[in-house]
Design a binder for this molecule. Structure first.
Ligand code: SF4
Length: 349
């Protein structure tokens, strides 16, 4: 069950409070390339992003941000580091939320200026703590203590916002370590009822990022923690949304509007080229947006059981496959004709 949190208002969307988990990513083009950013935002939204974050390190970037906001189909988050002026410029330019690590802003009066501006514009603030900044501040701190220190840091920030009458918050505690990401998010979720943004930071290239991110984000979501997700991947940001959808789907928080392919892992009982056939079936399925479940199974040991739950299934026999539809065996097909047979059956759904 999802943990009950307050609701943060971020432009037209709502984060937390039982609303669907929002997937988000960042643009990776230069922010001053307004057309390039808008093109990337469109791709992200088409892939399933509900929110997009944009870095605004310079004055020219906040100016461009204002132009991007006007044409963006989703609310935008301005990513702020160090500069209170950039934060205020981005809010005035139309940011629906800013991401701010208060530890990066030296003068506390500047944080109060940002809070005032955010209040006047009715925007949200994602308050961040990062394991790297804890380590920098207290470099002799052992790993075991970092979660506690991150929680202390988050608590001091949250209390500062609350003292100044600002509660439209999303909390975010980031680490590149899978276990500490889980631990710190459990801790802040226990300590506060604000919505939580989850994800590993700097997770790496696609092939390195997927497993740790899936474990951290999937574990937290399965425990009901997490209201918005970013899967950090060095590469095309659309991959972040695709990966996020798969993680949400695997914990039952998203129903993929596309076919699902189940393939047995194969073993010594396998009676056809399951992997070769599954790859071809996958290609056929990629052209479909029907939410059906297709199974390719290498023998009759587990095949009929899986087939019973699938809309369409192949269970291999010797040099052939039995075709199942809605759990019923409908044909025995030679191995060479299996792909054609399953493709034809797909058209009937
Ligand atoms: S379905 Fe058959 S071939 Fe595939 S893994 Fe199970 S026992 Fe092995």
């Amino acid at each position: 069950m999802r943990k009950q949190t307050r609701t943060a208002a971020v432009g037209s969307i709502r984060i937390g409070g039982g609303n669907p988990v929002i997937l988000q990513s960042m643009t990776k083009t230069e922010t001053t390339d307004v057309a390039g950013c808008l093109k990337q935002i469109q791709k992200l939204v088409k892939a399933g992003a509900g929110l997009v974050r944009i870095a605004v390190p310079t004055r020219a970037d906040t100016e461009a941000f204002g132009k991007i906001v006007q044409k963006s189909p989703v609310p935008l988050v301005a990513d702020i580091h160090f500069s209170p002026d950039r934060a205020i410029e981005a809010i005035e330019a139309g940011a629906a939320k800013i991401r701010l690590n208060p530890g990066n802003v030296k003068n506390k009066d500047d944080i109060l200026r940002i809070i005032d501006c955010a209040k006047r514009h009715h925007i949200a603030i994602r308050v961040g703590v990062n394991e790297a900044s804890i380590r920098d501040l207290k470099h002799d701190v052992g790993r075991d203590h970092r979660v506690m220190l991150m929680l202390e840091e988050m608590t001091s920030y949250v209390r500062m916002f609350e003292r100044n009458g600002f509660e439209n918050l999303v909390l975010s505690a980031k680490s590149a370590d899978t276990v500490r990401t889980i631990e710190i998010n459990r801790a802040i979720s226990e300590a506060f009822d604000y919505p939580v943004h989850i994800g590993l930071t700097h997770a790496g290239l696609l092939e390195d990022a997927l497993v740790p991110s899936s474990i951290a984000i999937g574990t937290l979501l399965a425990e009901g923690i997490g209201d918005t997700v970013r899967v950090s991947i060095a590469g095309d940001p659309v991959q972040e949304i695709e990966a996020g959808k798969k993680i949400l789907a695997s914990v039952g928080l998203y129903k993929q509007p596309q076919p699902e392919l189940i393939v047995c892992p194969t073993c010594g009982r396998c009676q056809i080229d399951v992997v070769g056939l599954a790859k071809k079936v996958r290609k056929v399925l990629q052209k479909s947006n029907k939410p059906i479940r297709v199974a390719v199974m290498g023998c009759v040991v587990n095949g009929p059981g899986e087939a019973a739950d699938a809309d369409l299934a192949i269970c291999a026999g010797s040099g052939k496959g039995f075709l199942y539809k809605n759990g019923q065996k409908i044909a025995a097909v030679d191995e060479v004709n299996l792909l054609t047979a399953i493709s034809e059956q797909l058209l009937t759904f």
